[in-house]
Ligand binder design. Structure first.
Ligand code: AMP
Ligand code: MG
Length: 496
């Protein structure tokens, strides 16, 4: 990568590695416009491993020119920034046109890890901003950066984050905050809502273009499949249903709450996308609502799998004009109902160190979740301590987590009978499945407070931990401990 600081445009040059990508769909799908610069941008965080994976030089990205480019204050040569249009259902209600109101796709890069889209979030107003200011605040940008990298570290499909840059430019939310820009990375940022948009307007040629684009780029085997009467659009719906089911199984198993599962926040690739009021559970409460704007608990932790199906149903309705057959559409969606429970059980069995499936596993899983819920046991700490116990440590640390010791002892006895003879191997597998660290709200909050004081060390430190959450990191044991009392008072809403 070379910088062409003296080029007439003063642009950052990433070389000739741009591909046409989403822009090939044509003007019905987006509006081209440049990002709105922010004054005096500074680097808040850089994801060096990701930069290297993309074939970019982190040292150059960290220079003044690099930081300006990452903020959208300096053009990137060869990029064609554009805001895409989509619609969606928000909180169960059709919301009409939405679109990238504060995001801009820079383009698609050829990288050592395959073609990747680079996207700014918080880079200014677009034709889809509606009443919004086009900005993202430092707080939510750090949460998105750390949240997506934490999910990646856990092996859960997600969009990634390359950088956060910030400025002292004021942004009004519940209180005055400052502006920041996240550079996000994913093979595609296409959402269910993109399909809903064209279907809702009867723009069937555009709808087909979009579906063909997604199939050709990401699901080419849908054209060869003989299942579902050889219908490629039904095959696409089935693929997305299965990927979404697998994703939800991973969310539930790790205790991740997304918080705003609107159809415009659902990835066509089955990635976790749009980190807003998300939360990793502290105490296990199946009804936990992480989003303070979610008054009815539509997106509560235990409702997420059903909501995902509801969202897929919206996608099915959008694809129906292409599929052309109601039964095929329903049959494609039906796969969610078999894949989710299968994947969820597989994930939970892995958490228990069980390599094979046996009758009675489901009951074993349900019983322990009931015990965890009744005593509001810390979800992450429970699984880690159980793993350590199976690996050879005494039972007390895990047993002490419960008020209902008798209930737990009875469960542990049954679990012990179910475990394989080689407990140590099972325990070591559990330690690679049950993380020591998740990005708890209060950990993010502490890093954010430091960043507001211009001390970026907390974000960097947390990034390195959540990127390797199964490692011990003995110097950071405190981050694996119980959350402080104030953690339960952190209020995270849709406002970001
Ligand atoms: P979200 O709930 O963050 O996924 O956003 C829902 C919709 O609102 C999307 O179309 C966003 O682009 C848009 N939006 C959210 N915040 C802003 C903002 N500050 N300025 C402009 N658009 C926004
Ligand atoms: Mg969104």
């Amino acid at each position: 990568m070379t910088f062409v600081t003296d080029a007439p445009s003063g642009a950052l040059d990433l070389g000739a590695r741009w591909r046409e990508g989403f822009a090939a769909l044509g003007p019905a799908f987006f509006t081209e416009l440049p990002p709105a610069p922010l004054p005096d941008p500074a680097l808040v965080a850089l994801n060096e491993p990701l930069a290297r994976d993309l074939g970019l030089d982190p040292r150059q990205l960290a220079t003044e020119v690099g930081v300006r480019a990452l903020t959208g204050s300096l053009a990137v040569a060869g990029s064609r920034p554009l805001a895409t249009v989509y619609s969606g259902h928000q909180f169960g209600v059709w919301a009409g046109q939405l679109g990238d109101g504060r995001a801009l796709l820079l383009g698609e890069l050829d990288t050592p890890i395959g073609p990747q889209e680079l996207q700014f979030k918080g880079s200014g107003r677009t034709p889809y901003s509606r009443m919004g200011d086009g900005r993202a605040v430092l707080r939510s940008s750090i949460r998105e950066f750390l949240g997506s990298e934490a999910m990646h570290g856990l092996g859960i499909p997600t969009t990634r984050a390359l950088s956060v840059t910030g400025s002292d430019a004021p942004v009004r939310r519940e209180e005055m905050e400052t502006a920041a820009v996240v550079v996000r990375v994913a093979p595609s940022f296409i959402r269910f809502g993109h399909f809903e948009h064209f279907a809702s307007r009867d723009q069937l040629d555009d709808l087909r273009r979009l579906a063909d684009f997604v199939i050709d780029r990401f699901y080419p085997f849908c054209r060869q499949s003989e299942a579902l009467a050889g219908n490629p659009y039904a095959a696409l719906l089935r693929q997305v249903s299965e990927r979404t089911a697998a994703l939800l199984a991973q969310w539930q198993a790790v205790g991740f709450c997304h918080g705003v599962m609107n159809t415009d926040n659902m990835s066509i690739l089955g990635l976790t996308i749009d980190y807003g009021p998300f939360q990793f559970l502290d105490a296990f409460d199946p009804n936990h609502i992480c989003n303070h704007s979610d008054e009815t608990g539509r997106y509560a932790y235990n409702r997420q799998p059903n909501v995902a199906y509801w969202n897929l149903f919206c996608l099915g309705q959008a694809l129906y004009p292409l599929i052309g057959d109601e039964e095929l559409t329903l049959a494609a969606l039906e796969s969610y109902k078999t894949v989710f429970p299968r994947e969820y059980e597989a994930r939970m069995r892995a958490k228990l160190g069980l390599a094979d499936a046996q009758d009675g596993d489901r009951a074993l899983i349900e019983r322990v979740l009931q015990l965890l819920a009744r005593d509001r046991v810390d979800y992450t700490i429970f699984w880690r301590r159980l793993s350590q116990h199976v690996a050879g440590e005494p039972a007390e640390p895990v047993r002490d987590l419960f008020l209902d010791r008798e209930g737990f002892d009875a469960w542990l006895l049954d679990f012990g009978h179910r475990l394989p003879a080689d407990r140590r191997t099972a325990g070591l597998a559990m330690l690679r499945t049950n993380p020591k660290f998740v990005l708890r709200n209060h950990l993010g909050e502490l890093a954010i407070r430091r960043a507001r004081q211009k001390d970026m060390g907390g974000v960097a430190e947390l990034l390195s931990i959540v990127q390797a959450p199964f490692d011990e990191h003995p110097a950071h044991d405190a981050m694996a401990g119980f959350p402080p009392d104030w953690a339960s008072h952190i209020e995270i809403s849709c406002s970001s």
